[in-house]
Design a protein around this ligand. Structure first.
Ligand code: SF4
Length: 348
C-alpha cells in the first residue's frame, strides 16, 4: 500500500489496493488497533471540527484502512447530517493535500507521494472535460461545470454569471481546485450511509457509542414540539417527583429542571408550574423568560456531566450510557419510538 493511497483513500487505485490486500474488515474491527482508532478520529473530527486530518502520522496501511472503517462508523452513528458533514471534511482535507501537491508539480518538485492534476482528473473521468489554457487557467466542459458547481454557494458560481465559450466555462486554478473538492465530496458521500453487517456493527458498538456521545455533547437538540412524559430521562423524572413532593429544590436542580422543560415548545410557565407542582408560578415565568430567547428557542440545560457533578444524575438506565445530555436522551427515546416499551421495562 502506497503513501499516496493513504493520503487519497477515495481514489480508485486506493480502493483497488485495499481489495488486493484482501483485508477482512470484520477481523480488523474486532481486533481494533491503529486503523480503527484513526477511523474514529476521522469521524469525530469531521463531525465536531470539520476536518478529517490526523493529529499524528500513521503508517500507510493504518491510514488507508481507517477510511473504510470511518465510512462504516459514520453510517452507524446515524446522526442528522453526519454523512454530509463527514464527506465535506474528507473533501476539505483532500483539497488541502492536492492543492499542495499541484503546487509542487508546478515547481517541478513532485515526488512519488504526490498526486498530479492529470492523475486526479483521470481518476474522476474528467480528463476530457478540463483543458489548461496555458495562462494558469482552465476551460471546463459546461456539463461537468454544472454538475460540480451545483452544491456551491455564491452567485459567481451560477452559469449566468460566467463566460460560456464553445461549450466550456473558463475557471481559475483556485476555482478548479474547488470544483475538484466537490468531485471528492460527491464520491465520499456516494453510498453513505452503508448497510453495515451485524458482526461489524457489534464490534464497533463501543466506538459508535463514544462518537454519539461526543456529537450529542457538542450539539444537543434545543427544542421539541411535543412533551411526552414517558420519554423523560430518569434524572428529570426524579426532579419532578422531588418537586411534587414539596421539596424546595436547590437552585442548580431547579435550574436544570425548568431548563429542561423550557425545551418543549408546547409548555408555557403555567404548564411547567403544573407539571412540577410548584407553588410559585411567577418565579417559573421569570426563569422561563431568561431561558428562552426572543424566538422562543431554549438555551441548553445542564449536560449529564454537570448533572452528575451536582448529584442530580440518578436512576441511570441503559440509554444513559449512550448519551451525554438529558435532551439527547429524550430525543433518542422519541426517535426510536420505544417510549412505551422502555417505560414498561423501567417500571419492572
Ligand atoms: S446519564 Fe444523563 S440523562 Fe441519564 S440520568 Fe444521568 S443526567 Fe439524566
Amino acid at each position: 500500500m502506497q503513501r499516496l493511497h493513504a493520503r487519497y483513500p477515495f481514489l480508485s487505485a486506493a480502493r483497488e489496493a485495499v481489495e488486493a490486500a484482501d483485508v477482512d474488515l470484520v477481523a480488523l474491527v474486532q481486533e481494533g488497533g491503529p486503523a480503527v482508532e484513526r477511523g474514529v478520529e476521522r469521524v469525530r473530527r469531521a463531525l465536531l471540527e470539520g476536518t478529517a486530518e490526523s493529529e499524528e502520522r500513521l503508517g500507510a496501511r493504518a491510514e488507508l484502512l481507517s477510511y473504510p472503517v470511518a465510512r462504516v462508523l459514520v453510517s452507524l452513528v446515524d446522526a442528522p447530517g453526519a454523512t454530509e458533514k463527514y464527506a465535506r471534511a474528507e473533501a476539505a482535507l483532500a483539497q488541502r493535500r492536492f492543492t499542495a501537491d499541484f503546487q509542487e508539480e508546478r515547481s517541478l518538485q513532485s515526488g512519488g507521494e504526490t498526486l498530479s492534476l492529470q492523475q486526479l482528473l483521470a481518476d474522476f473521468d474528467l480528463s476530457g472535460d478540463v483543458r489548461p489554457t496555458g495562462d494558469g487557467r482552465f476551460d471546463v466542459a459546461v456539463t461537468a461545470y454544472l454538475r460540480l458547481s451545483s452544491g456551491l454557494e455564491g452567485e459567481h458560481w451560477r452559469l449566468v454569471r460566467r463566460t460560456l465559450s464553445d461549450g466550456t466555462v473558463p475557471v481559475t486554478s483556485d476555482e478548479l481546485e474547488t470544483l475538484l473538492r466537490e468531485a471528492v465530496r460527491e464520491r465520499v458521500a456516494d453510498g453513505l450511509p452503508l448497510n453495515v453487517p451485524d458482526p461489524i456493527a457489534d464490534a464497533l458498538s463501543e466506538e459508535v457509542g463514544r462518537l454519539r456521545t461526543a456529537v450529542a455533547d457538542a450539539d444537543p437538540p434545543r427544542s421539541f414540539a411535543e412533551f411526552e412524559v414517558e420519554a423523560l430521562p430518569p434524572c428529570v423524572d426524579a426532579l419532578i417527583d422531588r418537586a411534587r413532593d414539596g421539596e424546595d429544590l436547590p437552585d442548580n436542580s431547579r435550574f436544570a429542571l425548568v431548563g429542561f422543560l423550557a425545551a418543549f415548545e408546547e409548555l408555557d410557565a403555567h404548564d411547567i408550574t403544573a407539571v412540577c407542582g410548584f407553588d410559585d408560578p411567577e418565579r417559573v415565568r421569570y426563569q422561563l423568560g431568561r431561558l428562552r430567547d426572543d424566538r422562543g428557542v431554549a438555551f441548553a440545560p445542564p449536560s449529564c456531566a454537570t448533572m452528575q457533578a451536582y448529584g442530580d444524575c440518578v436512576n441511570q438506565d441503559d440509554l444513559c450510557a449512550e448519551i451525554a445530555h438529558p435532551l439527547s436522551y429524550y430525543a433518542r427515546r422519541t426517535e426510536d419510538g420505544d417510549t412505551d416499551a422502555e417505560a414498561d421495562s423501567a417500571a419492572d
